[in-house]
Design a protein around this ligand. Structure first.
Ligand code: UD1
Ligand code: CA
Length: 461
């Protein structure tokens, strides 16, 4: 088998993005654009991978797989110049070189593999992956004479007749290394953009009597090249639709797939129902039979079977155990865990806090750096005062404790099993098992005081 290398072109800034971030690093479905392409290339197992970098090369280099070579293109003089820069890292290479753009993230591994297979079978010198588009505007057009591909003409250089051609160049090619290196030397900049066009290699190879082939992609939607924000959004929509379709096929109910945002790495169990407006991102794992009501953001978290997340909750790097209920409007910050059948209700914030099995914090609480035992009831308005401006301190509450409303725990503090904290208490000392803790100013009632005050004030006016 012939040797096989891949060159990825990723040096451009992406002027049409109007961004301070280099184009190929813009995220699509939670991952940089270029990452999608790199993942698909990895499936082809090339013996060498060269990534042509330029703008913000440190950022781009940081996501490359181990063993990838980088070629620095200092000035972006065009795609042929970029490919030539990449070839500089393949000295002595004699096999097939696939060139892929860093801005076509939807081209799947099977499509790329198909191009390579067809190229080799036909023993072509140059094979271009093409696509039939309803609206070819902006892409290079594939000009054929009968079946043979003659040349590729860019939108800006095309005549009206050429613009009417709907077969476009996806920017993905296979080249035989020797023919390719020789042809690159002949590319000139006599075109509308005064750039070295990689597409000129097609015409040059034809002129030299080489074999050029056009290979249409099976799924034209994969050809989408990201140049501006509208295409970025279109790619995002396509990837999300694929993820949602796969999940629905595996038994997940998604009420409105167009309004549900799930990253490719997310796992969701059968019979879970996802309402619109959920963002489930990163490496989140959702169990079976869960209900995710509208508007939650669940990132890098584990939600076990039978959990209900009521709307508008934010769950980050946390775990929700089986049968628990979270929200509405709950905030689980990193390092939190809600135990089995436990409940973190509305306006409850947990941070590095463990709510034991069957424990309940139903309303308006901040629980940070805390371990709460099983069957504990946390009353409304409970606050762990975990921070003194310098350090963080822990609150530990034993099983079966009843915490009355409006309690503050001034950490570090421990409450023994079965204790009761009276409403309105500021707990500054440890509370023994089964004790009552109460800290309140005794109440005094002054008979008639309010009536007198009214009388005084009414006289004034
Ligand atoms: C290119 C093709 C066009 C094709 C389209 C598919 C050329 C001349 N045109 O146009 O036929 O239909 O892709 O999406 O090739 N890059 C560099 N260095 C450079 C210039 C570009 O690394 O000097 C990289 C860019 O970062 C980008 C890729 O090459 O990832 C493609 O460049 P871009 O300017 O987007 O080309 P298009 O105009 O889209
Ligand atoms: Ca492009």
């Amino acid at each position: 088998m012939k040797d096989f290398a891949v060159i990825v072109l990723a040096a451009g800034l992406g002027t049409r993005m109007k961004s301070s971030l280099v184009k190929v690093m813009h995220p699509i479905a939670g991952r940089p654009m270029l990452q999608h392409t790199l993942d698909n290339i990895a499936a082809l197992k090339p013996s060498r991978l060269v990534v042509v970098v330029g703008h913000q090369s440190e950022k781009v280099s940081a996501i490359l797989p181990k063993g990838a070579l980088t070629a620095l293109q200092k000035e972006q003089l065009g795609t042929a110049h970029a490919a030539l820069t990449g070839m500089g890292r393949l000295k002595g290479f004699a096999g097939t070189v696939m060139v892929v753009s860093g801005d076509t993230p939807l081209l799947g591994a099977d499509t790329l593999k198909g191009l390579l297979t067809r190229h080799r079978k036909a023993m072509a010198d140059v094979s271009v992956l093409t696509a039939e588009l309803d609206d070819p505007t902006g892409y290079g057009r594939v000009i054929r004479d009968g079946k043979a591909v003659q040349r590729i003409v860019e939108q800006k250089d095309a005549t009206a007749g050429e613009k009417a051609v709907t077969e476009i160049n996806t920017g993905t090619y296979c080249f035989e290394a020797g023919v390719f290196a020789a042809a690159l030397k002949d590319v000139r900049t006599e075109n509308a953009q005064k750039e070295f066009y990689l597409t000129d290699v097609v015409e040059i190879t034809n002129r030299r009597g080489g074999k050029v082939m056009g290979v249409p992609a099976g799924r034209p939607e994969e050809a989408l090249g990201i140049n501006g924000r509208a295409e970025l959004a279109a790619a995002e929509r396509i990837i999300r639709r694929r993820v949602n379709t796969r999940l629905m096929e595996s038994g997940v109910s998604i009420i409105d797939p167009d309004a549900t945002y799930i990253d490719p790495g997310v796992i969701i169990g059968r019979d879970t129902v996802v309402y619109p407006g959920n963002f489930i991102t990163g490496n989140a794992i959702i169990g079976e039979g869960c209900t995710l009501l509208p508007g939650n953001i669940i990132n890098d978290s584990t939600v076990k079977d039978g959990v209900t997340v009521k709307g508008y909750s934010v769950i980050t790097e946390s775990c929700v155990d089986a049968g628990a209920q979270v929200g509405p409007f709950a905030h689980l910050r990193p390092g939190s865990r809600v135990g089995e059948r436990a409940r973190a209700g509305n306006f409850v914030e947990l941070k590095k806090a463990f709510l034991g099995d069957n424990a309940k914090a139903s309303h308006l609480s901040y629980i940070g750096d805390a371990v709460i035992g099983r069957d504990v009831n946390i009353g409304a308005g409970t606050i762990t005062c975990n921070y003194d401006g310098y350090g963080k301190f822990k609150t530990i509450i034993g099983d079966g404790v009843f915490v009355g409303s409006d309690t503050q725990f001034v950490a570090p503090v421990k409450v023994g099993k079965g204790a009761v904290i009276a409403a309105g208490t500021t707990v500054t000392d440890d509370v023994p098992e089964d004790a009552l803790a109460i800290s309140r100013t005794p109440q005094t009632n002054k008979p008639g005081w309010a009536k007198n005050r009214r009388a005084i004030n009414n006289k004034k006016t």
